[in-house]
Write a protein that binds this ligand. Structure first.
Ligand code: FES
Length: 103
C-alpha cells in the first residue's frame, strides 16, 4: 500500500448512484445527480479552483429519499435535496475551506 496526502484542500462528493428501473428506492441519478456533478465541476473550472477543490461522483450516500445528495469536506456536511440553485453557495463554502486550508 502507498499512502500520500490528499492533494485537494476541499472536496465534494455528488451522488450519481443509479438503481435499476422499478427499484423501490429512489436514486440520485434519476433526480439529476449527474447534471449537478457536471455543473459543479464546470463551476470549479470556471473559477480557477481546479488545483484546490475536487468534485467526485459517488455511490449512494444513504439519503436516497431526500436526494440528490452531496457530501463535502473538510466541513463534513451532508447536503440533501441539492438543486442547481444550491451550487454557488456550495462552491463558495468549498472555496472558503480551501483558502482556510492554504494558510
Ligand atoms: S442514491 Fe444518492 S443517496 Fe442514495
Amino acid at each position: 500500500m502507498i499512502i500520500r496526502p490528499v492533494p485537494f484542500a476541499a472536496v465534494a462528493f455528488v451522488c450519481t448512484n443509479k438503481r435499476p428501473d422499478g427499484h423501490p428506492k429512489p436514486c440520485c441519478a434519476d433526480r439529476g445527480g449527474l447534471a449537478l456533478r457536471d455543473e459543479l465541476k464546470k463551476m470549479v473550472a470556471e473559477r480557477g479552483l481546479d488545483s484546490r477543490v475536487k468534485v467526485y461522483q459517488s455511490g449512494c450516500l444513504g439519503g436516497c429519499e431526500f436526494g440528490p445528495m452531496a457530501m463535502t469536506f473538510p466541513d463534513g456536511r451532508l447536503q440533501f435535496g441539492v438543486s442547481a440553485a444550491d451550487l454557488p453557495a456550495m462552491l463558495d463554502a468549498l472555496a472558503a475551506e480551501a483558502a482556510d486550508n492554504a494558510e
